[in-house]
Design a binder for this molecule. Structure first.
Ligand code: NOJ
Ligand code: CA
Length: 679
């Protein structure tokens, strides 16, 4: 239901809404309200003909007028002298279904305003902006609609986010060598330098906002650079030369998004970015089944086995067979095997061109293993470490996927180990360095995902580009890394601090699934160094850190040694009907409840930072007509991540919709609860 609005009637309406004094400063061009009218986006124009947007909630300005601009190579800025040509509105209310996810159904209810502008004078370039207001936030995207603009070379996008109320921020720096694998910083917003998204803030009035993007396709990632006070400005991830995005008009940019909520949980439960992605383009993807998997993996990170061939080689037929047996005995569906193919010998990070993706080492009998796995109801999970040499990987992609197909491989973990800016591409015969989150890599990842889909193979990149909700459009893009995972607890450089998960939940996890690899019940890394958690915390991570594929990474003998706790890992699903955050605070703690997609059972995960705390659980989300038994795995008396990591109490209690439980979380601890329906 689109209708053309006349410029003058909109100005008039805005005059009436805002009063004449505002209008005298700048011309109000339009506004769009969320369906519940809580959130409002206003678009205005200053005396120089620049277009600014602002965002308010219940009349309080959250984002004050912020400039929208581009710098184009050869033809300068698109910023001043814009003439408003007209607007269209639209409204949308739909509930759609995810084939797998944290929730089965997603409500997309928004109002839209699309505004068209043309530069005055001889350049006469066209640009339009589509704004969408949801009850839980906003999004806007630019379009370059005029094909006469030909090849557009964007040197930078300069969208501003001028945050009005004094705020604290939770963020990681962008542009650093270690990509997204950084410890989070909680600082005043006025101390942010240059951040990756999602970046999450809390205003002095207790409003939570998260800034991110949706549908990052054939474009460079948005970093946010603080220019002054509380103003963040888009700075696109670099390209190999001064140009960050090259596109032929007409094209659209990704959506710039702001989640807004008055609770930390509301921020977490929002599906804003998924709603701003296009619907599933792959059709029936029931061939991908959410699952848990094990791996010939943790041993390498402990340095007791190697990726390289030789006496320490991990990916041997025998070692893999042992892991297949372990998976089959415990109901896990796949075995990831790393170091199985030629290319790891020598300095594999530097020599990405040596990898062969269809050449197993001689001591890894893929034919035998794939048949053996199949006979046990398990499959091999592929691993394609590329060392970020996409030149080498793209050249072999067809062969690699054909190989996977031949051996019943249903999911592939890809890897791009290399410092930021160290990707090797070689388009048109020219070797160039790219960034992990630049335009070239946004194209690369989608190429791998869409080619893999033709073979019904799911993809899980490590050292990836960030998640912007593309799993909605390409549901075989099932998980990724893109933050500090459990592997840091093996290396201990330093290990992840206890606040890491409460930080991730309100930042990285807002973007989508994370292959964190929870569940190291031995709580020990390389050389026996401590993981800074309690044992029940490792269980809770399966619930709070969502991924449709969850690893069970510890050594089989370590699970054998912690059989009671291991039961929760066997029981916890990886596909959900519903998700609710029962309580939480950014960087401090979170309690998340999820209903299994395939039963009436619910699972709860609770995690805290370095401080112990009590949390009150009310079970009012349960079905009032049903009875349940809660199997509670909680920190035992005196549990503490420093001194008493293994103290765990496992108990069963009947619960129903009226139940309340007070739960104690130890410092660095957590709790995991399986709530099973009693039939
Ligand atoms: C880094 C990944 O995060 C890790 O899981 C993998 O084992 C190594 N790269 C080797 O590919
Ligand atoms: Ca990594």
């Amino acid at each position: 239901m689109a209708k053309i609005l006349n410029k003058y009637s909109m100005i008039l309406a805005a005059f009436m809404a805002l009063g004449l004094s505002d209008a005298a400063r700048s011309e109000i061009l339009g506004k769009v309200l969320s369906p519940d009218k809580s959130i409002e986006i206003d678009i205005e124009q200053d005396n120089d003909g620049r277009v600014l947007y602002s965002v308010s909630r219940y009349g309080n300005q959250l984002v004050s007028p912020s400039v929208m601009a581009f710098l184009l190579k050869g033809s300068g800025r698109i910023e001043r002298g814009l003439e408003f040509k007209g607007a269209k509105t639209d409204t949308h209310n739909e509930t759609w279904e995810l084939p797998w996810g944290e929730s089965r159904y997603v409500v997309d209810n928004h109002n839209e305003l699309k505004m068209e502008f043309v530069e005055k004078g001889e350049k006469h370039r066209s640009i339009s902006v589509t704004f969408r207001a949801f009850n839980d936030g906003i999004g806007f995207r630019y379009s370059f609609p005029d094909k006469n603009m030909g090849d557009v070379q964007i040197e930078d996008e300069m969208t501003e986010f001028n945050i009005a109320p004094k705020s604290e921020a939770l963020w990681i720096p962008a542009g650093e060598p270690n990509r997204y694998e950084q410890l989070y910083r909680k600082t005043p917003l006025s101390e942010v330098t240059q951040a990756h998204t999602p970046i999450t803030i809390k205003t002095k009035d207790g409003i939570y906002m998260s800034f991110h993007e949706a549908s990052l396709v054939n474009y460079s990632s948005m970093w946010l650079r603080r220019t002054e006070n509380q103003t963040l400005r888009t700075q696109l991830a670099p390209g190999p030369d001064g140009v960050k995005v090259r596109r032929a008009a007409p094209f659209d940019t990704p959506w710039r998004t702001i989640r807004i909520s008055d609770t930390a949980g509301g921020l977490y439960e929002s599906n804003l970015e998924l709603n701003l992605n296009e619907p599933n383009k792959l059709g029936d993807v029931s061939w991908f089944k959410p699952m848990k998997y094990v791996g010939v993996w943790w041993q390498m990170h402990l340095d007791t086995k190697s990726w390289e061939s030789g006496v320490k080689h991990g990916a041997t037929t025998e070692n893999t067979k042992k892991h297949i047996d372990f998976a089959a005995a415990n109901g896990f569906k796949a075995v990831l095997v790393e170091g199985w193919n030629e290319g790891w010998d020598g300095d594999w990070v530097a020599n990405g061109d040596k990898f062969k993706f269809d050449k197993p080492y001689p001591d890894f009998d893929i034919k035998y293993l794939s048949e053996y796995a199949k006979s046990k109801g398990v499959s091999i999970m592929g691993h394609n470490e590329t060392s970020a040499n996409i030149c080498n990987y793209e050249a072999q992609l067809d062969k690699a996927l054909a190989f996977d197909d031949k051996y019943g491989i249903k999911a592939v973990k890809t890897g791009y180990v290399q410092d930021a800016g160290g990707v090797t591409a070689c388009d048109n015969g020219v070797k160039q360095n790219e960034w992990h989150d630049g335009q070239r890599m946004s194209v690369h990842h989608l190429k791998v995902v869409t080619e893999a889909a033709k073979h019904q193979i799911a993809i899980n990149p490590h050292e990836p580009i960030k998640d912007t909700g593309l799993r909605r459009t390409y549901p075989n893009w099932v998980s990724r890394e893109g933050a500090r995972g459990q592997e840091y607890n093996a290396w201990g450089v330093p290990p992840n601090p206890p606040e890491h998960e409460p930080n991730l939940i309100f930042t990285r996890m807002l973007s989508g699934p994370f292959d964190f690899t929870p569940g190291v019940l031995s709580l020990r890394g390389r050389g026996g160094q401590k993981i800074l958690n309690t044992i029940s915390r490792q269980l809770a991570d399966y619930v709070v850190l969502y991924s449709p594929i969850q690893m069970v990474p510890d050594l089989p003998e370590n699970y054998e040694a912690h059989k009671d706790a291991f039961q929760f890992i066997k029981d916890v699903p990886t596909d959900w009907q519903k998700t609710k955050m029962l309580s939480g605070e950014i960087g401090d703690y979170a309690v998340i409840a999820r209903q299994d997609r395939n039963s009436n059972n619910w699972f709860i995960g609770a995690v805290t930072d370095e401080f112990g705390r009590k949390v009150n659980l009310s079970f009012n989300f349960l079905d009032p007509k049903k009875k349940y038994i809660a199997e509670i795995y909680r920190d035992g008396d005196g549990a503490d991540y420093r001194t008493n990591q293994f103290a765990i109490t496992i108990e069963k209690k009947p619960v129903d919709v009226t139940s309340n439980i007070e739960l104690f979380l130890a410092p660095g601890g957590g709790a995991a609860i399986a709530i099973k329906e009693v039939k």
